[in-house]
Design a protein. Structure first.
Length: 374
């Protein structure tokens, strides 16, 4: 196996057993950590007859290294096509997605172009040529304007569960729909809520009314047009994973708002019969559009919220948004602790934060958020 880095300009032809590509250019946005984030997927194909172990990945912005991932970092982020488990080694003839979250240093300039330098150990190469470095996956950064929205809820102690940028349930939910791979939930969040004692629910787990967030009003995040409404689907029993949920029923009772400029906001898992808007109706910022429920593919009452570039909850790409105004009041210990609190009804051990006001940013994962009461 003869090898040299991809992209040679001297006309020399070389074997490149590792193919790199970016399907969806990242859109820079401000996170609640006061850093600009670039969230996207690097497609990696092992076009060889044996395993390839990925030892290092460097993300370059305009030629300078922005982020470096070692083999352990890669093994936590590399997901073979069609699987939800991450790996560090690509089997022969395999394609995978490397889920990247590049957080720029405070005040750093946003790069115009991204590229990638990947070092691997290729089993099919001769023993003294197995360590290879490929360059590729060059993409222009998408500098479209990020939509600024209002809060989807009102009140205190909301948890930004499975939010951007490294939570696996949403950010890595790549789905093949209608002949294309989409990541509609790239920036989705499951909003839940704690009571004053730190519980997701208090009372019988299977009772909807036990959950703090159940029945809370979901609010229009902008002056918008109602693109679609689904209603009439039953509530699920909390604590049990639904079975036999079809794709068109996964969102449960839901509303999609057309925010303009190819931006669509989805509210999923609302209570049946609670939706107060109709398709084609114009709504105003802060208007109640329905009540939080537990319909569709849901294991507990919550509000699933996301913004996409097409009026579909699945056949679309998730795009970032920034919420105009909120306060960070604390942080949970992480997804595992939150899952346990949700499953057992035990109090979540929140690390309190002196009220930290945030303007024009996306709430990152596992924060305790307060939205101003309207």
């Amino acid at each position: 196996m003869v090898h040299a880095s991809a992209g040679r300009a001297d006309g020399q032809e070389n074997m490149t057993p590792l193919l790199l590509a970016v399907q969806d250019a990242p859109v820079p946005f401000m996170g609640s950590d006061a850093r600009v984030h670039l969230v996207y997927e690097l497609w990696i194909t092992n076009f060889s007859s044996a395993d390839i172990a990925v030892e290092k990945v460097e993300v370059l912005g305009d030629g300078a290294v922005l982020q470096s991932l070692d083999d352990a970092d890669v093994a936590r982020r590399l997901q073979p096509a069609g699987l939800r488990q991450s790996v560090g080694t690509l089997a022969k003839s395999t394609q995978a997605l490397l889920f990247l979250n590049v957080a720029l240093a405070p005040g750093a300039a946003i790069p115009r172009q991204l590229s990638h330098r990947v070092t691997v150990r290729a089993s099919a190469a001769p023993p003294d040529h197995q360590v290879l470095t490929e360059n590729g996956g060059t993409i222009e950064v998408d500098r479209r304007t990020v939509v600024l929205i209002g809060p989807p809820l009102s009140g205190d102690r909301f948890i930004s569960a499975d939010s951007c940028c490294d939570a696996t349930r949403h950010t890595r939910a790549a789905l093949p729909i209608n002949g294309r791979v989409w990541v509609a939930q790239r920036f989705a969040v499951d909003w839940e809520q704690l009571d004053a004692g730190g519980h997701v629910y208090a009372g019988p787990q299977e009772k909807l009314e036990s959950y703090t967030i159940f029945g809370k009003p979901a609010l229009a995040v902008a002056n918008a047009i109602v693109a679609s409404v689904t209603d009439g689907l039953p509530e699920q029993t909390p604590g049990k994973f639904p079975s036999d949920i079809s794709l068109d029923a996964a969102d449960g009772n839901s509303v999609m708002l057309d925010l303009g400029n190819q931006r669509y906001a989805l509210y999923a898992h609302l209570q049946p019969g609670s939706i107060k808007v109709h398709q084609g109706e114009r709504v105003k910022l802060g208007q109640v559009i329905g009540l939080v429920g537990d319909s569709g593919n849901s294991v507990a009452p919550h509000l699933h919220f996301q913004v996409t570039d097409r009026p579909s909850s699945l056949a679309s790409n998730g795009v970032p948004y920034e919420i105009s105004d909120f306060q960070i009041m604390g942080k949970s210990p992480g997804t595992a602790a939150f899952d346990e609190a949700e499953a057992k009804g035990s109090p979540l051990a929140v690390t309190a934060i002196s009220a930290q006001p945030v303007k024009g940013a996306m709430p990152l994962d596992q924060l305790i958020i307060s939205f101003a009461t309207r």
